[in-house]
Design a protein around this ligand. Structure first.
Ligand code: ATP
Ligand code: MG
Length: 565
């Protein structure tokens, strides 16, 4: 089901091509089934969006295909219901829907246990009683083979008994583990008798205290895929070396369904970190204000900042799917956002740094309204009336006392057009006597220039935005910059926290915006003309105390800076 305006049609990449080839030979009886399998140990980030768009995207693009949402909840200590709820919200917000009910690996705990018993009976798994340190020692290294555990040849009966007692809670954490019996000399360390069950006396958020042994990820994942009839199990490249184990488990258990694991490269984005563990650290150490801080690369942070599902889906399509590792410039994501917002966001006027302007020859106490289009390219989006009066605010940066030649805005004696209203000419600059700071400008307006144009046809190059002082709403505006100063905050194993940008958040407390914005719905994004895109802060904004997040600037100021620099 398609719920956004994302650019349509099927992508073409090596995974989709594999699926097409499989369909051509009627593999899996022509079925295509994918899944998105997050571990509920944190909020989703933009990297997950890549995986979501791939898995759910395929289910939308291929006739009859499905995509399951499955929580890989095998580690009770790190997982939380808050994370489950946020993940469900994020996938839904991106516009995707899953096949049937939400699945949980924990729903399969009993089946997974039975499969483990079967492995023991087949002589393919054993209970090992080495300590964690010893197991590490016996495992060998990349260049040296491992050594067999002294417990490797326990009898089936003894293994069955011990495993049952592990389940019953007879042993403490770490006393024993269940291991697959594969090959301690394998060049692939993942095949050196990997652990498949461990004792963990911890409460699980779904199964409570029903279990004190928990299956390991590699063992759980392939079986969950098989149980759900997944055909293509898509994951990121770090699992490539785990694929032989994925296949070993399913081959050894002779599961009727054997999904094909295919790996693709992770998304890395410049000027940020992406792992949930590191994002959690940013939250817990107070470097940001929660998982949905608008500076975070989380889906909830991007949403709060004003990103749209369409922009994120188009971004994922634009970066594509491959096996090549790369770091995508943040500018690409921002460009996708601008493309969408330019199309959809209504235009308004907001003055970030107000400079008071008194129009000397405009009647005291008079108010008139100026009709402005809500979107310059979409007349169907209508117009609005903006009040105009004798005292207005303009942007401080639109006035220069000693302007260079090409400054087509306001300066002493210069004339400028007020958007939709009059031409004004600056006649006086009022300064604070002590500090010399400019306090206000005095201007005259040409009453015949209303709407932009004069009988004498004289040209005025610049048009600036403004608000009526008496009518405008005061607003807090939060300006965001990169969260990190370094393009790759983890370069060379660096502590990413050392490159945090101390100026990633700037708060403007007394901006002024058009009165119509007092009633804007939280989360709505507007284009403040000439300034950028701003979103009504979803959590903190109130009609009587407006707060906006700057979603993105109008142009990529960073690209410009680095070109100039
Ligand atoms: P993290 O390291 O951030 O915790 P993870 O891979 O452990 O990520 P999971 O919850 O296990 O997170 O991931 C769910 C799915 O999302 C997996 O299939 C994983 O491969 C994919 N995924 C995670 N990060 C990225 C990324 N940066 N780019 C693309 N896919 C990703
Ligand atoms: Mg993980």
């Amino acid at each position: 089901m398609k719920q956004t305006d994302a650019e349509p049609v099927q992508g073409s990449d090596f995974i989709r091509n594999t699926i097409k080839d499989d369909l051509a030979v009627n593999k899996n009886q022509g079925r295509v089934a994918t899944r998105f399998p997050p571990e509920p140990n944190g909020y989703l980030h933009i990297g997950h969006a890549k995986s979501i768009c791939l898995n759910f995207g395929i289910s939308e693009e291929f006739e009859g295909a499905t995509c399951n949402l499955r929580f890989d909840d095998t580690n009770p200590v790190k997982e939380d219901v808050e994370y489950i709820d946020s993940i469900v919200e994020d996938v839904t917000w991106l516009g995707f829907s899953w096949n049937g009910e939400i699945r949980y690996a924990s729903d399969y705990f009993e089946t997974l246990y039975d499969f483990a018993v079967q492995l023991i009976k087949d002589g393919k798994a054993y209970v090992c009683s080495l300590s964690a340190d010893e197991i590490r020692e016996y495992r060998g290294t990349l260049t040296e083979p491992g050594k067999d555990s002294p417990y490797r040849n326990r009898s089936v009966e003894e293994n069955l008994d011990l495993f049952k007692r592990m389940r019953n809670g007879d042993f403490s954490d770490g006393a024993h583990i269940l291991r697959a019996k594969i090959d301690m000399a394998s060049p692939n360390i993942n095949l050196r008798d990997p652990a498949i069950y461990r004792i963990k006396k911890a409460e699980h958020h779904r199964t409570g205290d029903a279990w004190c042994i928990y299956p390991m990820y590699d063992y759980t994942h392939c079986i969950s895929d098989a149980l759900e009839g997944i055909t293509h199990s898509l994951c990121t490249l770090e699992f490539e070396d785990h694929r032989p184990l994925y296949d070993w488990v399913l081959d050894t258990l002779k599961t009727p369904c054997h999904p094909q694991q295919i790996e693709f490269s992770r998304l890395n984005l410049s000027y940020t970190v992406m792992s949930k563990r590191k994002l959690l650290q940013l939250v817990e150490e107070g470097h940001v204000n929660g998982w949905d801080d608008p500076r975070m690369p989380t889906i909830s942070g991007l949403r709060r900042r004003g990103y749209t599902p369409t922009a994120i889906r188009n971004f994922c399509r634009r970066i594509g799917i491959s096996k090549k590792d790369s770091r995508i410039d943040m500018g690409v994501l921002e460009e996708c956002l601008r493309d969408d917002l330019n199309d959809t966001a209504l235009r308004v006027m907001g003055v970030l740094e107000p400079l008071k302007v008194v129009i000397r020859n405009y009647p005291e106490g008079q108010t008139e309204t100026v009709e402005l289009m809500n979107h310059p390219l979409k007349p169907e989006l209508g117009t609005r009336n903006v009040p105009f009066s004798k005292v207005i605010y303009i942007e401080r940066s639109d006035f220069m006392e000693d302007p260079p030649k090409k400054f087509f805005r306001l300066g002493p004696g210069k004339e400028v057009r007020l958007r939709g209203a009059y031409y004004i000419t600056c006649t006086d600059v009022v300064k604070d006597e002590a500090t010399g700071e400019i306090k206000e400008l005095v201007c005259t307006h040409d009453p015949e220039s209303r709407g932009g144009g004069t009988p004498d046809g004289r040209k005025v190059k610049g048009t600036i935005h403004w608000v009526s002082a008496e009518h405008a709403c005061s607003a807090e505006i939060r300006l965001y910059d990169r969260l990190f100063l370094s393009e790759n905050p983890e370069k060379g194993g660096a502590d990413f926290r050392e490159s945090l940008n101390p100026d990633s958040l700037t708060i403007i407390r007394d901006a002024r915006v058009e009165p119509a914005l007092a009633n804007a719905k939280p989360g709505t994004v507007f284009q403040f003309e000439r300034q950028g895109y701003f979103c009504v802060e979803p959590r903190d904004s109130r009609a009587e105390a407006l707060v906006f997040n700057r979603t993105v600037t109008l142009k990529d100021t960073w690209a410009k800076l680095s070109q100039e620099g």
